[in-house]
Design a protein around this ligand. Structure first.
Ligand code: ZN
Length: 466
């Protein structure tokens, strides 16, 4: 493999003016492509050599899989990055999942390049012992499908080989807006079908999905279909504020308003059907200039800064309920809960689980806003409380209907404030006998595999989410 790659590199370098080749001493970060016309073009063959070399050289962090084939039979590679020596984070909790794809449109090289660089940055960082890269790979999985449309890529066209615009071919309000070449039906194309299958089976719990394109310098969040803000507008607006204040001045807008109305896109599908926080990252149109074979790290540095911010903070892109206290009185449970995440949740319930594992009581639904602390009084008149069960929260991690449900055990001490029944007097004085018993309830955090539950919801979520 190394020999083959070296040969390809030699051939590439031979095609580049000597001066520029010499000026770039860091071949590690070179885009594995050939300069043609006004840009550097990476073929699917070059990508295939490259990603296989990553897998050969860094098996501890690179898991390379093919998720299907293009219409012409080219493998659709996904580079899966994480510290695979550990299934969980160092603290034993579940790793966050990030999904990235590039190259829906075969002539948008910098979008594909940014997906490539997003993988490469973490591989290089790991190899160099970079603390940020190591933290990310120990605490998350990053799945990158670098080139979704290899057939279109290799003939330098927006469409796939069937002349379909892949980013109009997804099953979210497919072909319900003025558009061109959306295909004969949703997911009629091998590439989009494979991508959605990967989302549903491999990364259904992702807390970030970024799909990379080239056009105007902008980041777009849902919806493309509607001008209205999405249900999780707070999350998107907070990310915009944080990125614009601290990382980059890149415009961040609802796609419908920021670009133009569009439908059947992977972005709207990712949010509306999968429930992911989703962005389309559009790098600008300035492609590589022939003869100035730039280091991609420099060319796309600001884009990578934004990606690193989104990936470093992926833990926050959902609701994260953290119970501070539970007080049980005769007919009421008082819950004090913080939301440490930046998404709200609106259908949360508190549940009591008997020692046998059966949920015997579920509260009425309540809302906890993003980055907020709330005290909620819940009617508990039908709670039969044994004292030896456990408490848990059941909630959706975001507001969008399609977002996943989680069940999380509550591991704090419960306060009981039962008022003793006044039985001795015809006219009661309501002798208040405050009995405070502290029970230690422990349990392992159970994070349900949510898509199994919510996948049914997903089927009609697009109707409800409109
Ligand atoms: Zn595009």
């Amino acid at each position: 493999m190394r020999v083959a790659v070296s040969l390809v590199l030699c051939m590439m370098l031979a095609a580049i003016p000597i001066t520029s080749a010499q000026s770039d001493s860091n071949q590690e970060n070179m885009w594995p492509g050939d300069p043609i016309d006004s840009h550097v073009h990476m073929t699917w063959a070059a990508l295939t050599l490259e990603v296989n070399e990553w897998a050969d050289n860094y098996p501890e962090i690179v898991d390379l899989v093919s998720v299907g084939e293009s219409e012409l039979g080219k493998s659709l590679w996904v580079v899966r990055l994480s510290d695979w020596s550990n299934d969980t984070k160092p603290d034993g909790t579940v790793k966050e999942v990030v999904y990235i794809d590039g190259g829906h449109h075969g002539n948008e090289y910098l979008g594909t390049a940014l997906a490539w660089l997003s993988a490469k940055w973490y591989i290089n960082g790991w190899a160099e012992g970079n603390q940020e890269a190591m933290n990310v790979l120990q605490n998350s999985e990053i799945h990158v499908l670098i080139m979704l449309n290899p057939d279109g890529n290799d003939i330098d066209t927006r469409w796939n080989i069937n002349q379909v615009d892949l980013n109009r071919n997804y099953d979210h309000f497919w072909n319900t807006c003025p558009t061109t070449q959306p295909g004969s039906s949703a997911f009629s194309e091998a590439e989009t079908s494979a991508n959605s299958a990967y989302m549903n089976t491999e990364v259904p719990d992702a807390d970030l999905y970024v799909t990379m394109h080239t056009g105007v310098w902008i980041m777009l969040y849902p919806w493309g279909k509607w001008p209205e803000q999405p249900a999780d507008w707070e999350l998107y607006h907070q990310i915009r504020e944080d990125v614009n204040e601290n990382v980059s001045t890149i415009p961040i807008q609802n796609a419908n308003q920021g670009l133009y109305p569009n439908c059947g896109t992977s972005r709207d599908y990712g949010y509306g059907v999968m429930g992911y926080p989703t962005f389309t990252f559009e790098t600008d149109d300035e492609q590589f200039v022939p003869g100035s074979f730039e280091n991609l790290n420099e060319r796309l540095e600001e884009e990578m800064d934004v990606m690193r911010f989104l990936i470093n903070n992926v833990w926050y892109w959902r609701a994260r309920l953290d119970v501070q206290s539970i007080e049980i009185a005769d007919d009421e449970v008082t819950l004090a809960v913080d939301n440490l995440g930046q998404a709200s949740t609106i259908n949360a319930t508190l549940q009591y689980v008997e020692s046998g594992g059966e949920v015997t009581w579920t509260s009425s639904p309540f809302t906890v806003n993003a980055t907020n602390s709330t005290i909620i009084d819940l009617d508990a008149s039908n709670l039969s409380y044994s004292g030896d069960g456990m408490w848990q929260l059941y909630y959706q991690v975001r507001v969008i209907n399609a977002s996943r449900w989680v069940t999380e055990a509550i591991e704090i001490q419960i306060t009981e404030n039962f008022e003793e029944e006044d039985t001795g007097f015809l006219i009661g004085y309501g002798i208040f006998n405050s009995l405070t018993t502290v029970l230690s309830i422990t349990g392992l955090a159970i994070v349900l595999k949510p898509k199994e539950e919510s996948s049914e919801d997903n089927c009609d979520s697009k109707v409800r989410d409109s």
